[in-house]
Every structure is written in structure tokens, then in C-alpha cells.
Design a protein around this ligand. Structure first.
Ligand SMILES: CC(C)(COP(=O)(O)OP(=O)(O)OC[C@H]1O[C@@H](n2cnc3c(N)ncnc32)[C@H](O)[C@@H]1OP(=O)(O)O)[C@@H](O)C(=O)NCCC(=O)NCCS
Length: 401
């Protein structure tokens, strides 16, 4: 362990140093004045909080911004979106991240955050802090020369394309108009956008935004760029948001029409999005990867269990053990009629990371039990929990932060 202290950052200089430390941890060069000016207000806005670790110099940082996320059943709960996690090279593996995570979780609990989520650079980092893989996504590649839309695929509406400067001012409204209602999706508050814009501006090829209008106005958009450096000319679809099947089909129809493209790669799509069903030859779509998308930390277990709905099945009592946030410790009865604290004997015992893996329905309790992740005290319980926590649609976030 190293001798360091952790505290919330206050001044602009502290924020900028931490912002650059994170970039350096990801092997990205320090931000220019222009990049900093774009994000400075957002990173210091109320709703944005950054911790730093000092020894006495800054050696590590974690950041989070407040938003809301949709839980199964459609309710929205307070969310902390964690990002900007980095420890200075030469100071790693001495417990710096652990002390920052402890401070950040405490801060979330004190501020009434229900859930915290993040996208992990590596799979071994966050489980120890009670985060678990809570949504999965798939990457697709469509062979543009092979892909023919089936005859009855909806025609879709009108599409207009905007370059980055024009699109950036429209993104908040576009997302608000098209944000999906799936469990796992989140709001994108004003302070989300400037760092996102900086991130997109790092691409060497132009970022384009295709906006789809249906009969009732804007109902979808796609953000993409085309890389012509590689032998095959590749379009990468970074975002694809839509509110109805016609907009989904209309956006794909447009993407396939863009010239000088050999393949279209759509990244981090929902597991159950029916891209293959658009084409005469479903093998025009290749799944190039299925990955963990969102890692979830249930910060307030009673609030989180109460907020979501459950499918009809026998009620089950779960015992949660959470050394990082002991206020969560205890037994909870979960049934189709809701969830509440309980004094009854538990049927399953699990830690915070396993609860996170169940929460959005990405994993079955039977599988967590079968792989030794949760303790089974009543053999019938895993099957009941499979049904209770199952979701009709795959949960998915779709927002990269
Ligand atoms: C990931 C990172 C923040 C970890 O910071 P750290 O201060 O080294 O973490 P800690 O020392 O507190 O680690 C706590 C435990 O996690 C393990 N751990 C942390 N990061 C790990 C990694 N990348 N690979 C393997 N184990 C890791 C440590 O070995 C330690 O295990 P132990 O308790 O059994 O000894 C740091 O390595 C980093 O900045 N990496 C590059 C940037 C990055 O990936 N950021 C995350 C973006 S999502």
C-alpha cells in the first residue's frame, strides 16, 4: 500500500491535471487548450464529481457524473456514470484505485445514488468493488456488397446528414427525441456531451450524423465515420438510436447507400436487435464479438430492488452481503408483487457483484449458482430467480462514457 490521501477535487487546475492524468493512463496525449476549454465547464458542473489521490502529487483519479437510468419495468433511478479512472504509471498496484473506489462509493451512498455503472477497460478491475457485468452487446459487420434488403423491409423516412459542427449542437435534442426505453439506457445530461465531442474529434476521418425523420418528425439518428486508410473501406457506426422499426430500417437503408464503403461495422449493439432479419441473406451480417457492455454497482440495494418489476414466479428471499456498503447487508424478499426487506430465512446468498449481474436480467441465477458465484440454500430458488429477474428484451445501455 502507498501512503496517499484521497479527496474531491475543487480548482480548475486540479481538474485539468486529473483530466490529463487519466488521458496519460490511457496512453492518450495531454489535451490541448482548445480541448480543455470545450470540457472545462462540464467537468466542473454540479453533477460532475472527481476524486484525486495525492502522495503528495496527484497520482490517481476517478470521475463520475449524475444521470438517470431505466430499470426493468420502466422506472428511472438516480445513476452515477463512472469514468475517468486512472492511476499514474509507476504508482499502480499499491491500492490507489481501491482507496478512490471506496471514497467514491461512499460519496454515491451519501448522495442517494441508486445505481452506478461504468465501461471497463479490463475485466479484472471492478468486480472486487461490487461491480458486475450487467449488460452484454454485440459488434456486427455487414458486407455491403452482399447485403440486399428484403422486399418488405419498411421504406423508412427522409434522412439528412450533418457534419460534426452542425450535428454537435443537435445531439442533445436528437437523443432526447429518440432515447430508447430499454432497461439499461440512460439520460445524457448537458455535461455528458462536451467530453463526448472531444472523444469523437480524435477520429481522423469526418464524423457524420444521419438524422431520420418519420411521419411524426425525428425518430432516429446514426453517428458514423468511414475509414479509407485500410484496404477495405470501412464504415463504423458509433451510434444508432431509433424509436420504431421503420426508423431502424430507414437508417440501415441509408447506411447501405453511402458510396465508397465495403463493410459497415456497428459496434456495441443490443443482443436482440434484429439486424439479420433485414437482409435476403442473413449471413451478410457477421457477429464479430459479444462483449460485456455495462458494469453495474447496486449502490442502494433496497431502493434498486424496489424500483424494478419482476415476472410472476414464487417469491424468494435473497441475502446480500456487501462489505463496501454494509447498509445493504440483509435479507430481501423478492416476488412478482415487489421487493422489501425481510426477516425470513434466505434461499440464496450473494454479494453485490452477483446481484448486479442479475439486476438487468443479463445472467440467470441458475448459471451464477452453477458456477459457484452465489450460495444456494434452497435448491428450488435459482429457477424462481431466473423467472423473477428475467427481462423480455435484452437490457442495453447504448451510451459510451
Ligand atoms: C486500472 C488501474 C486504475 C488500477 O489502479 P491500481 O491503483 O493499480 O489498482 P489497485 O492497486 O487499487 O488494485 C487493487 C487490486 O486490483 C488488481 N488490479 C487492478 N488493476 C488491475 C489490472 N489492470 N490487471 C490486473 N489486476 C489489477 C490489483 O492487482 C489489486 O489486487 P490485490 O488487491 O489482490 O493486490 C490502473 O492500472 C490504470 O490506471 N490502468 C490504466 C488505465 C485504465 O485502464 N483505467 C480504467 C479505465 S475503465
Amino acid at each position: 500500500m502507498s501512503d496517499h490521501t484521497v479527496r474531491l477535487l475543487k480548482t480548475a487546475d486540479e481538474h485539468r491535471a486529473a483530466w490529463n492524468l487519466f488521458r496519460s493512463a490511457l496512453h492518450v496525449k495531454a489535451g490541448s487548450d482548445e480541448e480543455w476549454e470545450r470540457v472545462a465547464d462540464a467537468l466542473q458542473a454540479p453533477g460532475s464529481r472527481r476524486f484525486g489521490a495525492y502522495d503528495p502529487e496527484l497520482i490517481g483519479t476517478v470521475y463520475a457524473f449524475d444521470a438517470e437510468t431505466v430499470v426493468p419495468g420502466g422506472a428511472r433511478v438516480p445513476l452515477a456514470a463512472v469514468t475517468g479512472v486512472g492511476v499514474r504509471a509507476g504508482r499502480t498496484r499499491r491500492g490507489v484505485l481501491s482507496s478512490m473506489m471506496t471514497a467514491q462509493l461512499q460519496d454515491f451512498a451519501e448522495r442517494g445514488v441508486t445505481l452506478a455503472t461504468l465501461h471497463a477497460s479490463e475485466g479484472v478491475i471492478y468486480g472486487r468493488y461490487g461491480y458486475g457485468v450487467a449488460t452484454l452487446s454485440r459488434d456486427l459487420t455487414v458486407d455491403r456488397h452482399r447485403a440486399r434488403l428484403r422486399a418488405h423491409v419498411p421504406a423508412g423516412g427522409e434522412v439528412n446528414v450533418f457534419g460534426l459542427e452542425q450535428a454537435a449542437i443537435q445531439w442533445p435534442d436528437l437523443y432526447a427525441a429518440t432515447s430508447p426505453t430499454r432497461a439499461g439506457t440512460m439520460t445524457r445530461p448537458p455535461y455528458y456531451w462536451p467530453p463526448h465531442e472531444n472523444y469523437l474529434r480524435r477520429e481522423s476521418s469526418p464524423i457524420e450524423t444521419a438524422v431520420h425523420r418519420g411521419q411524426d418528425g425525428v425518430d432516429g439518428f446514426a453517428v458514423y465515420h468511414v475509414n479509407r486508410d485500410a484496404g477495405r473501406q470501412k464504415m463504423t457506426v458509433l451510434q444508432l438510436q431509433y424509436t420504431n422499426p421503420a426508423a431502424f430500417a430507414g437508417l440501415w437503408r441509408f447506411l447501405l447507400s453511402v458510396d465508397l464503403v465495403d463493410e459497415i461495422s456497428a459496434i456495441a449493439r443490443p443482443l436482440d436487435e434484429p439486424a439479420e432479419l433485414l437482409f435476403t441473406d442473413p449471413r451478410a451480417v457477421k457477429v464479430t464479438g459479444v462483449e460485456d457492455e455495462l458494469w453495474l454497482r447496486v449502490v442502494d440495494v433496497p431502493a434498486a430492488l424496489t424500483a424494478r418489476t419482476y415476472a410472476p414466479a414464487e417469491p424468494v428471499v435473497l441475502e446480500v452481503r456487501d462489505p463496501h456498503l454494509p447498509a445493504n447487508d440483509g435479507c430481501y424478499r423478492v416476488g412478482a408483487d415487489g421487493a422489501e426487506r425481510s426477516d425470513s430465512e434466505p434461499a440464496l446468498r450473494l454479494d453485490a457483484a452477483s446481484l448486479a449481474m442479475l439486476y438487468f436480467g443479463a445472467w440467470r441465477a441458475s448459471d451464477l449458482a452453477g458456477t459457484g458465484r452465489i450460495e444456494v440454500l434452497d435448491a428450488a430458488a435459482p429457477a424462481h430467480v431466473d423467472t423473477l429477474f428475467g427481462t423480455r428484451r435484452a437490457s442495453w445501455c447504448g451510451t459510451f462514457f
